[in-house]
Design a protein. Structure first.
Length: 117
């Protein structure tokens, strides 16, 4: 097995990446906790600023048919930018998930009053 030595430039690059990750994890919108609410079939994301975001599970088609016991085993990434269900190898970007959630709430007024798209 060969051992590789890091160059000074690589060490600096890794140090900058760690610092960026630390800053991101400290952002007010970073997710610090996630749980699955089986009664309401939704994922609850708690952000560092205390805000709780509610996301219907239907917006996670990759979890269709997954039992509630597994859905409750959500892991939050150290940076707070992703959630995962390791038992079923599903990883989801928080930003992408919240974008899906926002799009699902848009109201299409051209279809008639109050129709959600």
């Amino acid at each position: 097995m060969s051992s590789s030595k890091l160059t000074a430039a690589e060490r600096q690059r890794f140090a900058r990446a760690r610092e960026r990750g630390h800053r991101y994890a400290m952002r007010a919108t970073a997710v610090v906790d996630a749980r699955y609410d089986a009664t309401r079939d939704r994922v609850e994301l708690t952000q560092r600023n205390g805000k709780v975001r509610l996301v219907p599970r239907r917006l996670l088609p990759e979890l269709d048919g997954v039992p509630a016991a597994i859905l409750r085993s959500i892991a939050v990434s150290p940076a707070g930018d992703a959630i995962s269900w390791r038992d079923v190898d599903v990883n989801v970007s928080v930003r992408g998930l919240l974008d899906r959630e926002r799009r699902s709430r848009r109201v299409d007024f051209s279809a008639g009053a109050g129709h959600t798209t």
